[in-house]
Design a binder for this molecule. Structure first.
Ligand SMILES: Cc1cc2nc3c(=O)[nH]c(=O)nc-3n(C[C@H](O)[C@H](O)[C@H](O)COP(=O)(O)O)c2cc1C
Ligand code: SF4
Length: 678
């Protein structure tokens, strides 16, 4: 059998990388006090132990005080970083992987009202839409001090024993000098391409002088901004060639696109429903033009595409970054011939949106990622085999079944529907979001391999559950749409699920009242909009869809910005009355606006779900623990020991939306952290 191209070593100058798979720099925002401490280390060590060749740590580790983190990046302008980086490097090296770090000055891509409240600096006054700060245009002394900061930071990395570093030059200060759109300087650093590149080359030169030649130095840079008036492809190729011929760098890490707006960022780091590996050919063209070591990542999620990237000679090292957040054990599974066991990255970009929303990257369906100190990626076997009955085969129930089966328990799952998936299956009705089914399909395959018994089309009552003689019962029955929120007229409204499931067709003139601000509303909105109906999406909040962050919002807006759709904020649906064949909606506002009316033919209410919890409450008095969860035991990773009813033979738990309306990650985390200790 031919050797797997992905598993061949790669010689980068003096460094031998054990295979062709790396994670590109990505800031998961796990730093504590700006330092890569235990949590950070555990996250990177997990993938190193599983065989990755190289992990490019941090993302945008900040070299200067006036580059305050946009979201909890590492503060490389502090000397105390050296000791933490050394621990990190030693731990990764001890697992046989190489480790580098990305350095940056964010330039205008941050905010002035963080950290030291210093003005944001760039090569022009032009604001970046995404982070909103109006920058100061760099003066001569800014240029000098920031160059020095880069060089000092590089020395810290070198002292810590990392194998190398890369400079970030896409959307940050270095390429803000490069791009004609963000450089209005009229001195030696502005104007011609040579002038615009001067800052970058001076930084690279200074670093090289400081760290010597046995330290790898690279650059992750934009080689085509794909933006009117921006850095062109021809300039990108010219820059690539100059980088090579400068002799200052050892590798190129290619980016195509711009990240100054949310849509731009989403095209650079594509979300589900977008093309696979959209910039791979372009990266291959750079490699062909330069004949120089080339790295690249952008939605190369599956092993087959990664293998193609290497086998076809487009890349020397392939980045599988989010893929490793979904499953840090990719390489180990490839080596073991178990590619089918790899938990797929479904492109939900919950990880990215979460760093802004919640200050930490979490994978939508791997709740152990970023929680390595507490949550296992490989589930340990239990010492005593138990019988576990799970009701509900949505994400929570399936994760509970998977983890229980890996513990070695005997598992039976009851599901009322004919297929597993719950709300995820509803989400996947949208062609754009059908990858979400990977969350379900992977769990079904894992459960099936472990002998979990699935019993579909059974609306389990207490009798069915108890007939199984369970030791543990887990209720994961989810919820149903909650639409009964009006002063009057609840009977006249439908739910977003009615639209998403196709059980109700969109009307001709629709009012969609979104009081949850989550995916269901905008996803139903997409269906209605594409039917050609007139649609008003109304929210009582001050922005619409407040639970949907930047990157997830992009495809919705691209679908919904149509003449037939309007968005209304700060207004609240109060009542609906039927008048003839029409619906009259009374609209108020928490801000005191006098009531208004809308006449439409369909009103939809999106207000989360109410738990389907009848079975739980029936079983509760008969259970050993009275359904109680000891939160201390749950959070500190101990088995549940509460007993209120000693003669009962089973413990009862409730997880996911059967408790309260939350999201897919919460449902899966509920299941993992409970069941791993049962
Ligand atoms: C949580 C998160 C944070 C990221 N932060 C950075 C960063 O600071 N610097 C950077 O160059 N890329 C960053 N990226 C982009 C990744 O390096 C990579 O280019 C992107 O995820 C696309 O590759 P993938 O499809 O293999 O995930 C980040 C990605 C994620 C998921
Ligand atoms: S959240 Fe989505 S995009 Fe991010 S790693 Fe997980 S599956 Fe992939």
């Amino acid at each position: 059998m031919a050797a797997d191209p992905l598993l061949q070593p790669y010689h980068l100058k003096h460094l031998t990388l054990r295979n062709r798979i790396m994670t590109t720099s990505h800031e998961p925002a796990y730093a504590e006090d700006g330092m890569p401490k235990e949590r950070y280390r555990a996250y990177h060590v997990e993938r190193a132990r599983a065989g990755i060749a190289m992990t490019m740590t941090a993302g945008s580790a900040s070299v200067s005080r006036d580059s305050p983190p946009a979201f909890n990046n590492i503060l490389l302008y502090k000397d105390e970083a050296v000791a933490w980086l050394k621990d990190l490097a030693d731990a990764v090296h001890s697992q046989g992987a190489a480790i580098m770090i990305q350095l940056t000055h964010l330039g205008r891509r941050t905010r002035w009202d963080r950290a030291d409240w210093l003005p944001v600096v760039s090569a022009s006054h032009r604001r970046e839409a995404a982070h909103r700060a109006f920058p100061k245009q760099a003066e001569d002394w800014d240029i000098e001090r920031i160059k020095q900061d880069f060089i000092d930071a590089a020395e810290r990395v070198h002292a810590a024993g990392l194998d190398g570093l890369e400079i970030e030059a896409y959307g940050h200060l270095v390429d803000q000098f490069w791009s004609p759109l963000t450089n209005t300087l009229e001195n030696a650093y502005g104007g011609s391409l040579e002038n615009r590149l001067r800052f970058a080359f001076e930084v690279l030169e200074g670093i090289r002088k400081r760290v010597g030649s046995r330290f790898l130095l690279g650059i992750r840079y934009v080689a085509d901004e794909v933006l009117e008036g921006g850095l062109s492809r021809a300039e990108g190729i010219e820059i690539s060639q100059q980088l090579k011929s400068s002799g200052l760098v050892d590798f190129l890490n290619v980016i195509r696109g711009h990240i100054d707006t949310d849509p731009g960022l989403t095209d650079v780091i594509p979300i589900q429903g977008m093309r696979s590996a959209p910039h791979l050919d372009f990266a291959g063209e750079i490699r062909a033009a330069t004949q120089f070591p080339t790295f690249h990542a952008a939605r190369i999620q599956d092993v087959a595409t990664a293998r193609h990237a290497i086998a076809s000679g487009k890349l020397d090292m392939v980045g599988m970054t989010r893929a490793h957040m979904a499953d840090p054990h990719i390489v180990r599974k490839i080596v073991a011939g178990r590619e089918d066991d790899i938990r797929p990255c479904v492109g939900a970009n919950y990880c990215l949106d979460r760093i802004y929303q919640g200050g930490s990257a979490y994978c939508i369906h791997n709740a152990a990622t970023g929680r390595e100190l507490k949550m296992p990626h490989a589930i340990p076997r239990a010492t005593t085999k138990k019988k576990v009955v799970i009701v509900g085969a949505g994400p929570a129930g399936l994760e509970a079944a998977r983890v229980a089966a890996e513990r070695g328990h005997e598992v039976v799952v009851f599901e009322a529907a004919s297929r597993p998936g719950g709300q995820v299956r509803l989400t996947a009705q949208s062609p754009r979001r059908k990858e979400m089914l990977g969350i379900i399909d992977w769990r079904i395959a894992q459960c099936t391999a472990q002998g979990v018994l699935f019993r579909y089309e059974i609306f389990a009552e207490a009798a069915e559950v108890l007939a199984e003689n369970p030791d543990i019962v887990i209720i994961a029955t989810g919820g149903l749409p909650h639409t009964e929120i009006l002063e009057s007229g609840n009977d006249h409204v439908i739910s977003t699920w009615d639209i998403l499931s196709g059980s109700v067709k969109p009307g001709a003139h629709v009012l969609l009242f979104d009081d949850a601000g989550d995916h269901a509303a905008l996803q139903a909105g997409e269906v209605i909009c594409s039917s050609g109906a007139r649609l008003e999406i109304m929210t009582p909040d001050r922005t619409f869809a407040p639970e949907i962050m930047a990157m997830n919002l992009v495809p919705y807006i691209r679908a919904l910005q149509r003449p037939n759709v309007t968005f209304t904020v700060t207004m609240r649906l109060l009542k609906v009355a039927q008048v003839g064949g029409e619906l009259r909606a009374t609209i108020g506002s928490d801000y005191g606006m006098p009531p208004q009316e809308r006449v439409v033919d369909q009103v939809i209410v999106n207000h989360g779900t109410v738990p389907l919890d009848d079975l739980y409450f029936t079983l509760k008095p008969r259970s050993r623990n009275g359904g109680a969860v000891d939160y201390n035991q749950l959070v500190t990773g101990q088995p549940q020991t509460k007993v209120v009813n000693p003669e009962s033979s089973f413990m009862l738990f409730r997880i996911g939306d059967a408790v309260a309306a939350r999201n897919t990650h919460a449902a899966i985390y509920d299941a993992l952290r409970l069941v791993k200790d049962l």
